[in-house]
Design a protein around this ligand. Structure first.
Ligand SMILES: COc1ccc(/C=N/Nc2[nH]nc(C)c2C(=O)Nc2cccc(NC(C)=O)c2)cc1
Length: 281
């Protein structure tokens, strides 16, 4: 339970799963229950230097209270003098980003893309019902659970709506909507925009406004028309165009994304995506 006083002694620590921005993630097993988890270790001095301790507190507060099959659970946390330890759900498929890069043409087929979009949308409907906006939905923050189920991880940028971002954006602009990069107030419709960006990226293999540098990306997000390669179906184009509307109120609401005929048609079809199987190069 998330109220129990946990310590490192409660866990057998396993292999390193990977490196996050502020620390390493380990596979671990709680000794008495033998329950397998992932433990994310963050260094306090790095958190203080980056002035993100309020973001970390918010991430812990928000993620430990959310309960949804497509949101990575946070079971609890503890700290010692140098580190903070987050006890997180273990998602065996790892980063969705890596699986996408492994596919032929580094993109998913329509059934896989539609399944992921439906799960992501369902999780965001749940978040928004709790007045939580994620604000940082991108492939690096999505993990794969059992059965290729999507898991939204990393609520470091989530807030309670509405909000005006005060912290400078670091990292890629690709997934941020016009109102956020222009520093205007924004609401939960920023997450709808990210679903549009990700829908495009799952099907094409790169985000729609990607450019050689920050300024070019910035300009594309604010004014560039979305171009589609010829292999993208009309149904998928229709969905993405309806989501990627620069005026937040014109964006297709999340419930209508779930009900869109392309999503309904393809999220039921079997997909031939190559899972993390051994013979993969
Ligand atoms: C290197 O191959 C891998 C294959 C699968 C994994 C699974 N990670 N699963 C997780 N469950 N809960 C959390 C939190 C994580 C996690 O953070 N994983 C993680 C972190 C940083 C890099 C990676 N790398 C990859 C390849 O997924 C995974 C991790 C690594």
């Amino acid at each position: 339970s998330s109220s129990k006083r946990w310590t490192l002694e409660n866990f057998d620590i396993g292999r390193g799963l990977g490196k996050g921005k502020f620390g390493q993630v380990y596979l671990a097993r709680e000794k008495s229950s033998r329950f397998v988890v992932a433990i994310k270790v963050l260094f306090k001095n790095q958190i203080k230097e980056a002035k993100v301790d309020h973001q970390l507190r918010r991430e812990i507060e928000i993620q430990s209270h959310l309960r949804h099959p497509n949101i990575l659970r946070m079971f609890g946390y503890f700290h010692d003098d140098a580190r903070v330890y987050l006890i997180l759900e273990y998602a065996p498929g790892g980063e969705l980003y890596r699986l996408m890069k492994k596919q032929p043409n580094q993109r998913f087929d329509e059934p896989m893309a539609a399944k992921l979009i439906a799960q992501l949308t369902d999780a965001l409907i749940y978040c928004h019902s709790k007045n939580v906006i994620h604000r940082d939905i991108k492939p690096e923050n999505l993990l794969l659970g059992a059965g290729n189920s999507l898991k939204i991880a990393d609520f470091g940028w989530s807030v309670h709506a509405p909000s005006s971002r005060r912290d400078t954006v670091c990292g890629t602009l690709d997934y941020l909507p016009p109102e956020m990069i222009a520093g205007q107030t924004h609401d939960e419709k920023v997450d709808i925009w990210s679903v549009g960006i990700l829908s495009y990226e799952f099907l094409v293999g790169k985000p729609p406004f990607e450019a050689k540098d920050y300024d070019a990306t910035y300009s594309n997000i604010l004014q560039a028309p979305v171009r589609f390669p010829s292999h993208v179906s009309d149904g998928a184009k229709d969905l993405i165009i309806k989501i990627l509307q620069r005026k937040p109120n014109r964006r297709l609401p999340l419930a209508d994304i779930l009900a869109h005929e392309w999503v309904v048609k393809f999220s039921k079809e079997a997909s031939n995506v190559i899972i993390n199987s051994s013979e993969q190069p």
